[in-house]
Design a protein around this ligand. Structure first.
Ligand SMILES: *Cc1c(COP(=O)(O)O)cnc(C)c1O
Length: 388
């Protein structure tokens, strides 16, 4: 097999950790029972495994196990949260607030609700990618039923001030949802301290399997209602029917358990690698860091490069590193990323951008080779073309 490029796209997905895979395997073949089967040991084993993950996830965010609803991932969790609140609270009001830099799995459900008559306010962000709390406060109305602001951005890694947003929403009795797909296992999350009512999670950004996620739904102080978006056997207390996918759920729990154990040391290590990469790349003239310099995920580096063509740059980098421009979901299109555009970049700068997602399996040697190749690629492209 030819040498494969160095993987630096950890915001798109991550490899399953071997330790996670090992815990999943018995649940495919031996302990394959349906967690809903209450009359035999196959069901009991599966139910116990699911229960364990529920506890791990609940502990990770300071919730209770009954507040965890398993879904197929963060996309489904976001849809369930946003459409579920819209349907449950529409008699109270029909106004929803979200942010321009959200993932499409938040923006698109909001846009869909707009076609049904809901009013959607999309808040801008400051140049550093963080929302302005005064703008949020001004946007709140008597008919606002939901505020949805992500924990950590999937492109620029920026962390939003969750505790301040939560406080504001709680004071006006507005449901607060956060998409924490990029945050779980990477930064501390506490639904009590941060006054979060709904939180979307996923396993595959944190070295767990794809196709499994969860929605935290607050049960008390206050109790939050969501209308189910998938009906059937009444699983997950009626909020999400469908046979639970035990092996993926077991893997999700193990992945989060490992990430929490290693969170402090691993974020220090990633921060150092990111800094090392930035130190080398920023020696190039005309290079900009996107997003807040410190309020960001430890493994994220998003840069814009002046005076090079974005697609030529990606093509030149491809043999050595797997990175992406914009977000993976939208990089099939040539439109500049909506996140970078929201920071106020010109089209050209937004287009010549690269997102590095450094993760658990990257080494310092890899970062050094990546930096070296990146610099030489930019230099040779700039020599070839007279980019204006
Ligand atoms: C990856 C991601 C999603 C989608 O999660 P899936 O589990 O792949 O559906 C949603 N929001 C953010 C911020 C993400 O990074």
């Amino acid at each position: 097999m030819p040498l494969r490029p160095i993987y630096l796209d950890c915001h798109a997905t991550t490899a399953v950790d071997e330790r996670v895979l090992a815990t999943m395997l018995p649940y495919f073949t031996q302990n394959f029972g349906n967690p809903s089967s209450i009359s035999h040991i196959y069901g009991w084993e599966a139910e116990a495994a699911v229960k364990q993950t529920r506890s791990i996830l609940a502990d990770a965010i300071n919730a209770t196990p009954e507040e965890i609803v398993f879904t197929s991932g963060a996309t489904e969790a976001n849809n369930l949260a946003i459409k579920g609140v819209a349907e449950a609270y529409f008699q109270k009001g029909q106004h929803i607030i979200t942010v321009a830099t959200e993932h499409s799995a938040v923006l698109d459900p909001c846009n869909y609700l707009k076609t049904l008559g809901f009013k959607i306010t999309i808040l801008p962000v400051e140049k550093d990618g963080i929302i302005n709390l005064n703008e949020l406060e001004k946007a709140l109305r008597p008919d606002t039923i939901l505020v949805s602001v992500m924990a950590a951005n999937n492109e620029i890694g920026v962390l939003q001030p969750l505790a301040e947003i939560g406080k504001l929403c709680r004071s006006q009795e507005i449901v607060f949802h956060t998409d924490a797909a990029q945050a779980i296992g990477k930064i501390p999350l506490d639904v009590q301290a941060m006054k979060i009512d709904l939180m979307s999670l996923t396993a595959h950004k944190v070295y767990g399997p794809k196709g499994i996620g969860a929605l935290y739904v607050r049960r008390r102080n206050p109790r939050v209602q969501i209308a189910p978006q998938q009906h059937g056997g009444g699983h997950e207390r009626g909020m999400r029917s469908g046979t639970l996918y035990t092996p993926q759920i077991v893997g999700f729990g193990k992945a989060v358990e490992i990430a929490l154990e290693e969170q402090d040391t691993e974020s220090d290590r990633l921060r150092q690698l990111t800094l090392l990469l930035w130190k080398q790349l920023s020696q190039l003239p005309g290079i900009h860091l996107n997003g807040h310099p410190t309020q960001r995920l430890a493994g994220n580096l998003n840069i814009s490069v002046e005076k090079v063509d974005g697609s030529a740059l990606l093509l030149g980098l491809q043999p050595v590193m797997a990175v992406s421009s914009g977000s993976a979901c939208s990089s099939a299109t040539t439109a500049p990323s909506h996140v970078l555009t929201a920071l106020g970049h010109s089209e050209q700068l937004a287009y010549a951008s690269v997102r590095f997602g450094i993760g658990r399996f990257n080494t310092q040697d890899e970062i050094d080779s990546v930096a070296e190749h990146f610099i030489s690629t930019v230099q040779s492209l700039r020599k070839q073309t007279n980019f204006l």
